[in-house]
Every structure is written in C-alpha cells, then in structure tokens.
Write a new protein. Structure first.
Length: 282
C-alpha cells in the first residue's frame, strides 16, 4: 500500500481484539470520513483472522465521528468455522459507539463462476480525464486551499458535468479510481483500501435527478449504512471502474449501489449504501 494510505488505514493493537487508529484524514468540518472508518475497521477485523480473506461486510454509521480524535476498534470474534470466519467490530470515540460492522472471511475455494458485463460503449481512458481536485477548482466550487488529494485516491469522473453540476440527470455515474502510490502484494491491504475508497461517489449519484449536488452548501449528506462484497482478487494500485446507480430516493434518504470492474472487464466488487440527503432549511 502507498506509504501515506498505509499509515491512514493502519491500526495499533492495544490488546487482544482491541485496536486504535493512528491517523485520520484532515477534514475542515471536523467530521470523520466514513470510508476511513470502514477501511480501518476491516483492517482491525483482518488482524484477528488467519489465512482467510474478507468477502463481505455490512456496516452502520451510528453517530458522526470527530476527525480530531483517535478511534477505538473493538473486535468480537463471533465465529471461526471450517470455511468461514465472522467478526463484529464496534468503533468508539469518547466511550460511545459511532459505527458497527459485521465482516465475513472465507478460505480460498473453487466453484461456479459468472459475472455481469462491464457497461458497453466508449468509456474514456482514465489517463484522458481530470481528477476531482482539478475539476472542483476549475468549476469554482472550492477554494484554492481545498485539497482532495488528502484522501490519497486518484478519483476521475467519466462525466464531470453529471458529478458537479446542480442539474437534472439520470441517477447513474462512472468513475475511474485507484490508490495514489504503489501498494504491497497483500490482498487484504487492497481490500481495505478499496473499502475506504468505495464510500466516495456513491451518495452523489442519488442527487442527480434532483437539481442539486454534494457541493450544495444547503445539503446535509451523510452515510447511514454501507455493504460491500468482494468477488475476485484485484490490485488497487491499478485503475478500477466504479459504476454506480440510484434506484430510489425518499424520506430524505438516497439508496445507491455500485459495481467495480478492472480495466479488462473483471467484476471484482459490489457495493450498496443508503445515505442521508437532507436539505437544510434557511
């Protein structure tokens, strides 16, 4: 994993099944980025498992976390079976739970194999696109001091207009993404890093039919829950295509889902999320 991303997602072992974050993403709102908690929680859970890789996780964001405090991760070793291992993780700050997650790990097994196809049509190569840092500055949506690179993910919307413009669009998006810098050969590090990055871009897809965007100062966006499935091995220091859509929005909540492909069309992971998209009265 790149040195900076490795530091961010690494956790310190305090005791058996008890871990603490070492670093955090700087945030002007002083609120923890949900992807950071996802990635660190998966890292903590994996430290209690041997010879098995995570294949799914289901998480809830219970309270806003502070980006100025460390996070304590308590891992409950619920089950160690012949083929599957289950872990429950509770993340805490100031003694209160801010997040919980159940993750399942499996031994490597052969079996039936099929997948849905990558979207057809001409998809621009990531090298031909600008990243969100460049696009946000060019659009005047953020100040010159804004630094999207602090997330350590190279994130490039295929259609920047859909992502940034407060106009009405079909709730579908595509993004190229990868970790900045090189990574090790440990597949668990790649899964934790993709878990971290998977929280980017999803919720904005639910806003596209509603003449608003995540950059609206009168919007209160927040992840409520997040699920992820790892289907096949991959490297996150190579480009992946994140294809998202939003089948529904109601009750100040948006439901989104995503599929993640390699450049040659291999489906490696899927996600689903419900998030708060509440308009602030002013």
């Amino acid at each position: 994993m790149s040195e900076t991303l490795n530091k961010l997602l690494d956790v310190e072992e305090l005791d058996r099944n008890l871990f603490r974050s070492r670093h955090h993403v700087e945030n002007y709102r002083k609120i923890l980025f949900g992807g950071q908690v996802l990635g660190q929680a998966l890292t903590a859970a994996s430290r209690t498992v041997e010879n098995r890789l995570s294949h799914s996780l289901h998480a809830y964001f219970l309270r806003p976390g502070s980006s100025e405090l460390p996070v304590i991760y308590e891992v409950d070793p619920i089950r160690d079976g012949g083929s599957f291992t289950t872990r429950r993780v509770v993340a805490k700050q100031r003694g209160r739970a801010i997040f919980n997650m159940s993750a399942s790990f499996q031994i490597k097994e052969a079996g039936f194999d099929h997948q849905t196809e990558m979207p057809c049509g001409e998809i621009p190569a990531p090298e031909s696109l600008k990243n969100t840092q460049q696009l946000a500055l060019e659009a005047g949506l953020v100040s010159p001091q804004y630094d999207q690179r602090r997330y350590m993910i190279d994130f490039r919307p295929v259609d920047p207009h859909n992502y940034f413009a407060a106009e009405i669009h079909e709730p579908k998006c595509m993004f190229w993404l990868r970790a900045e810098g090189g990574m090790s050969d440990d597949p668990m590090e790649h899964r934790a890093a993709l878990c971290y990055a998977s929280d980017m871009g999803l919720l904005g897809t639910a806003l596209q039919p509603h003449h608003t965007s995540l950059f609206d100062p009168h919007l209160m966006p927040a992840s409520i829950d997040h699920a992820m499935w790892f289907h096949r091995d991959f490297r996150f220091d190579q480009w992946l295509l994140y294809v998202t859509d939003s089948p529904s929005a109601s009750g100040a909540r948006g439901y989104t889902r995503g599929q993640i492909f390699t450049r040659d069309g291999l489906l490696v992971a899927s996600t689903a999320q419900e998030g708060l998209i509440r308009k602030i009265k002013h």
